[in-house]
Design a protein around this ligand. Structure first.
Ligand SMILES: Nc1ncnc2c1ncn2[C@@H]1O[C@H](COP(=O)(O)OP(=O)(O)O)[C@@H](O)[C@H]1O
Ligand SMILES: N[C@@H](CCC(=O)OP(=O)(O)O)C(=O)O
Length: 377
C-alpha cells in the first residue's frame, strides 16, 4: 500500500494502541427486517475479545437500540417520531445489553452498560463524573458498552449521532485510537452505491477529503448520520490527537489486529487536555462573539486573549463563566472559550481599546488559557 508516512503511522498507532474505542453502527448489528443479528454481533465480539486478550482495554460504543427494538414491537419501519423511537430504544437497548453480556460471556468478559445523554458531556461536572465511571470500569477489567440514553433523551438534548458520541468518548476515556466500524468497508470520494466512487485509504489532512461527498443517509435506513457523521467524527478525533480507522464491521478482526483495512486518519493536532477538549468540542455554547480580522489572527494564529477592541457583535444570553463561540466576519466559528463578562455588559465595551475602559472592566473578554481555536471545518 502506497501512502503518506503520517497515515501509515496512524495504522501502526491504532494497531498498537493500549486503550481503544470501537464504535459499531446499527446497520452492522441488525437485520433489514429489524431485530438483532446474533451472528454479526458475535463476530464483532470475537474481534473485540481478541483485542482484549492481546492486552488492550476496549470501550465499545454500540448503536442499534432503536433498530433492535422495532421487530419485537411489531414496528416495520424506522419511526420518525421521538416517542416511538424512545419506546423502540427501551426495548432494543435491553436486547442489545443482554446479547453483549452473553456474547462477551463466551470469553469470560464482563460488560458494563453506560448510557449517556448530551448533558453528561456538555456539563463539566458530569463530564468528570463519566470519566471516573469509565476509568473504574476499565480498571476492574470490564468492557464498557456505551450508547446514548435514547429512552430519556429529548429532541433538544440528543446527540442523535453515535459517531460523534464515540469521538467524544474516545477523548473522555483517554483512548489512543478510535475505530469506526460500519456496513461500508472504507470512506469513498462519493456514495459507493453509485458507480465510479473511489476508495480513500488514507486521510492525513483536510486536502485528502476536499471534494468528498459523504451522504447523510446510510444504505440500510437503520443508522442515523450516514458517512457524513463518520467523517466529521473521524476528523474531530484526529484533530484532538487520536488516530482513527474507519472500516467495515465485517473486517473487524483485521481492523483490530493488523489495521490493514479501511481508511486510516492520521492525527492532525496535538492531544488536548480534557478541559480544553471539553471546551472546544463538548461544552454547550450559550452565545457568540463576532470578531474582526485582527482579533481572529490574534486568537487563532498568535494564541492571544480576546480583547473588547476586536469584537464587533454579541449574540445570546450568557453570564461570565459560560462557554461562547467566537466567529469571524463570515460567520464561521474559529474558536470557543469561557467568556469573562455577562452578555448584558459587553455591548458598551466592544470595539473599545482597553485603555479607554473603566479600570474594573479593563481585562480580557476571553482569556487565552480559556480559549480553544478550532480547525477550519
Ligand atoms: N463517501 C462515502 N463513503 C462511504 N460510504 C458512504 C459515502 N457516502 C454515503 N455513504 C453511505 O453511508 C453508509 C454508512 O452509514 P450508516 O448506514 O449510517 O452507517 P452506520 O449504521 O454504520 O452508522 C454506507 O453504507 C454508504 O452507503
Ligand atoms: N442511539 C441510537 C443510534 C444512533 C446512531 O448514531 O446510529 P448509527 O448511525 O447506526 O451509528 C440507537 O442505539 O439506536
Amino acid at each position: 500500500m502506497i501512502g503518506s508516512v503520517a497515515a501509515s503511522q496512524a495504522r501502526q498507532a491504532v494497531s498498537a494502541a493500549s486503550r481503544v474505542v470501537v464504535k459499531v453502527g446499527s446497520s452492522s448489528l441488525t437485520t433489514a427486517e429489524g431485530g438483532l443479528d446474533p451472528t454479526r454481533l458475535d463476530s464483532l465480539v470475537d474481534a473485540v475479545a481478541a483485542r482484549c486478550a492481546a492486552g488492550s482495554q476496549v470501550v465499545l460504543v454500540s448503536s442499534g437500540a432503536i433498530a433492535a427494538g422495532l421487530a419485537p414491537l411489531g414496528v416495520t419501519r424506522r419511526p420518525r417520531d421521538l416517542a416511538t423511537q424512545q419506546a423502540a430504544a427501551s426495548v432494543g437497548q435491553l436486547a442489545l445489553a443482554h446479547a453483549y453480556a452473553n456474547s462477551f460471556g463466551r470469553y469470560s468478559l464482563t460488560v458494563g452498560q453506560v448510557l449517556l445523554t448530551a448533558d453528561d458531556v456538555v456539563r463539566r461536572s458530569h463530564y468528570r463524573n463519566a470519566q471516573r465511571t469509565f476509568s473504574r470500569l476499565l480498571a476492574l477489567g470490564a468492557v464498557p458498552v456505551v450508547n446514548e440514553n435514547d429512552t430519556v433523551a429529548t429532541e433538544e438534548i440528543r446527540f442523535g449521532d453515535n459517531d460523534r458520541l464515540a469521538a467524544l468518548v474516545a477523548h473522555l476515556v483517554g483512548a489512543d485510537a478510535l475505530f469506526l466500524l460500519s456496513d461500508v468497508d472504507a470512506l469513498y470520494d462519493g456514495d459507493p452505491r453509485k458507480s465510479g466512487a473511489r476508495r480513500i485509504t488514507e486521510v492525513s489532512g483536510a486536502s485528502d477529503v476536499d471534494g468528498v461527498r459523504a451522504g447523510s443517509v446510510g444504505a440500510s435506513g437503520l443508522g442515523t448520520g450516514g458517512m457524513a457523521s463518520k467523517l466529521a467524527a473521524a476528523r474531530l478525533a484526529a484533530s484532538a490527537g487520536i488516530p482513527v480507522l474507519l472500516a467495515g464491521a465485517a473486517d473487524a478482526s483485521r481492523a483490530l489486529t493488523s489495521a490493514d483495512v479501511g481508511t486510516a486518519f492520521a492525527v492532525t493536532g496535538p492531544r488536548l487536555t480534557a478541559r480544553r477538549f471539553w471546551l472546544g468540542h463538548a461544552a454547550d455554547a450559550t452565545g457568540r462573539l463576532s470578531l474582526d480580522d485582527g482579533a481572529v489572527a490574534a486568537v487563532v494564529d498568535r494564541r492571544r486573549s480576546l480583547l473588547a477592541a476586536g469584537i464587533t457583535g454579541v449574540e445570546g444570553t450568557f453570564e461570565a463563566g459560560d462557554v461562547v463561540e467566537l466567529v469571524d466576519l463570515s460567520g464561521a466559528v474559529v474558536a470557543r472559550g469561557v467568556v469573562g463578562f455577562d452578555a448584558a455588559e459587553l455591548p458598551a465595551l466592544i470595539g473599545r481599546k482597553s485603555g479607554d475602559l473603566p479600570a474594573e472592566q479593563r481585562r480580557e473578554v476571553v482569556h487565552a488559557d480559556d480559549l480553544v481555536p478550532l480547525p477550519a471545518r
